[in-house]
Design a protein around this ligand. Structure first.
Ligand SMILES: Cc1cc2nc3c(=O)[nH]c(=O)nc-3n(C[C@H](O)[C@H](O)[C@H](O)COP(=O)(O)OP(=O)(O)OC[C@H]3O[C@@H](n4cnc5c(N)ncnc54)[C@H](O)[C@@H]3O)c2cc1C
Length: 515
């Protein structure tokens, strides 16, 4: 099975219903999204559990970071319960392609040599020095050992490169056969072998606190009943809030116009639980991984990825028909493409038939068929014989669009983009129809960060004081990324998932021994 960010299956991406959150919105707890999307109503803070369990450590979410935490925690002499809201483990990890590391045994064999300094210099610049470099230092320092440890669990890696040109260092460790199940399956088997109790279709819902420390968690089962799990430590690994309309809308996201490309059930439960016991909501300072494609059409097609990986010969115009950017910016970082689309009220990618055919032949095979298909199913794709007709179709002033195209063609012929400094190889004259326009919609993959933690991944309160017995890992607690998803060292997210999961598990084991 190989469903990655690039080759995504639309059917897997339906989000669970978003829920009302206690800690963040101040509403009552217990509104539970069921497997069928319906919502159960609980108006009391008291939850009547129908079963009770005991464990040392409970991990909420069995994706990349949760599986890692479960395997690591079960290496100690402790009882571990792993909760997973879906019917399968893996979460968005099922879409991942690899893991970043620096100085791994695989890199040494290949003669690849770079240092933390090479990583952090660029990342600090990328984030305008707003990221805490110590989190990066911890992640990079542990990354080689983490790869060895994963291989000991049976995780299989293949090539190591710079993510086919997207990154600047050869730190991307591809899973063998580029198959995420070469991570998920062995990690699941290790967890099972080491005695982790895995409860599928069981959703962590509410922390139980005693004297300011975590004492347990209520979890909701598929039939809507609750289990009370008494435990000493909880690790939140629920993968963020990309499926929660309310939390996204608070960040200014127009939730009606976006499409979700992550796996379901990223409802912000970790964030809700952390905030409800005094944790700090840091969503405003973190990013969302999102990419543009043709609105109303599948991202997993050549058309969906248009202008994303390779940039391309498109001309991007806004709601006024004005060209507004270097359309090839995605060649540096795919996340730039979403940022530039978001800088305008609306964005259209304009191209003519000849350039579309060039793309089909050179970098996006199948894009011509995909464009016709998008047109036939009524997605936001438009095809006309003249540029004036295209302007009418996308409701911009024909004079403005014609003159913008004329200017663009002049710059192509001149051999220099005086306006936005686009790479000249992607400046291709569009002097004849038919012309195409694709309205650029955004596909949301995952949120990154939201719960404040310290370097040991303990959830901290507004005074940076740890909340006893509570950790947040993976996308829930990711402190590395600020406003834009970075791919300068691609798969640093996964390196963080593994590092935070492993670190938090070891910290939780030590903590449990003190009780
Ligand atoms: C398609 C795609 C491709 C990606 N590719 C890469 C890549 O190649 N490299 C990279 O570094 N990053 C990649 N990312 C980013 C990626 O999301 C993460 O790095 C990774 O999956 C995050 O791990 P996680 O453990 O935080 O979340 P996830 O892996 O998503 O796991 C969270 C799990 O928690 C479960 N859950 C949620 N709420 C609850 C609850 N209340 N109770 C119980 N379970 C719950 C979810 O169902 C899910 O299984 C990709 C993301 C997507 C969507």
């Amino acid at each position: 099975m190989n469903i990655t960010r690039r080759k995504f299956i639309a059917g897997a991406a339906t989000a669970g219903a978003a829920i009302t959150l206690t800690g963040i919105t101040g509403c009552s707890s217990g509104n539970g999204a069921q497997a069928d999307g319906s919502i159960t109503e609980e108006t009391s803070d008291e939850i009547a559990a129908t079963a009770t369990k005991e464990a040392d450590i409970v991990i909420v979410g069995a994706g990349m970071s949760g599986l890692t935490a479960a395997v690591s925690a079960s290496e100690g002499n402790s009882t571990v319960i792993l909760l997973e809201a879906n019917s399968v483990v893996g979460g968005n990890g099922q879409g991942t392609e690899g893991i970043f590391a620096c100085g791994s045994s695989l890199q040494k064999e290949l003669g690849i040599d770079f240092s933390f300094e090479d990583v952090i210099t660029k990342e600090l610049e990328f984030f305008n020095h707003r990221t805490n470099a110590l989190f990066w230092k911890d992640m990079v320092s542990a990354s080689a050992d983490n790869i060895d440890w994963l291989m000991k669990q049976g995780v299989k890696f293949g090539a190591v490169d710079n993510y086919r040109g997207q990154g600047h260092l050869d730190g991307f460790h591809w899973y063998a056969d580029e198959d995420p199940y070469n991570f998920i399956t062995p990690m699941l088997e290790s967890a099972e072998k080491q005695g982790v109790e895995i409860l599928l279709e069981t959703r962590g819902r509410k922390l139980i606190m005693e004297d300011g420390s975590v004492a347990g968690i209520y979890a909701e089962t598929a039939d809507g009943s609750y289990i009370q799990i008494n435990c000493k430590a909880v690790i939140l690994a629920s993968g963020g809030y990309a499926d929660n309309d309310e939390l996204l809308a608070e960040l200014g996201v127009d939730v009606k116009s976006i499409a979700r490309k992550g796996f379901p059930n990223h409802n912000g439960d970790g964030l809700d639980m952390a905030v409800s016991v005094g944790g700090v909501d840091t969503r405003m300072s973190h990013c969302i991984m999102r990419e543009p494609g043709c609105e109303g059409y599948g991202f997993e097609t050549a058309l969906g990825a248009m202008g994303v990986h390779s940039g391309g010969p498109f001309m991007f115009v806004n709601e006024n028909g004005k060209r507004y950017t270097d359309e090839n910016c995605a060649a540096k970082n795919f996340a730039y493409a979403a940022n530039c689309v978001l800088s305008q009220q609306k964005s259209y990618a304009i191209i003519n038939e000849k350039c579309l055919a060039w793309l089909d032949e050179n970098s996006s095979p199948g894009i011509v068929d995909a464009a016709e298909d998008a047109l036939s199913i009524g997605a936001k794709a438009y095809k006309t014989n003249t540029i004036e007709e295209l302007a009418d179709a996308i409701e911009v002033d024909p004079e403005i669009l014609s003159s913008e195209l004329e200017r663009y063609n002049d710059l192509c012929e001149k051999g220099n983009d005086d306006d936005f400094a686009k790479d000249q190889s992607m400046m291709q004259t569009m002097d004849e129809g038919p012309y195409w326009a694709f309205k650029q919609g955004l596909f949301y993959f995952t949120t990154m960060g939201g719960i404040r933690t310290n370097r040991r991944f303990e959830v901290v309160d507004k005074d940076y004081k740890p909340i006893s017995g509570l950790w947040a890992v993976g996308a829930d607690g990711c402190e590395l990324y600020k406003e834009t998803y970075t791919v300068m060292v691609p798969a640093s997210a996964n390196a963080n998932n593994v590092n935070s999961g492993r670190t938090a598990a070891q910290e939780a084991l030590t903590y449990c021994k003190t009780l």
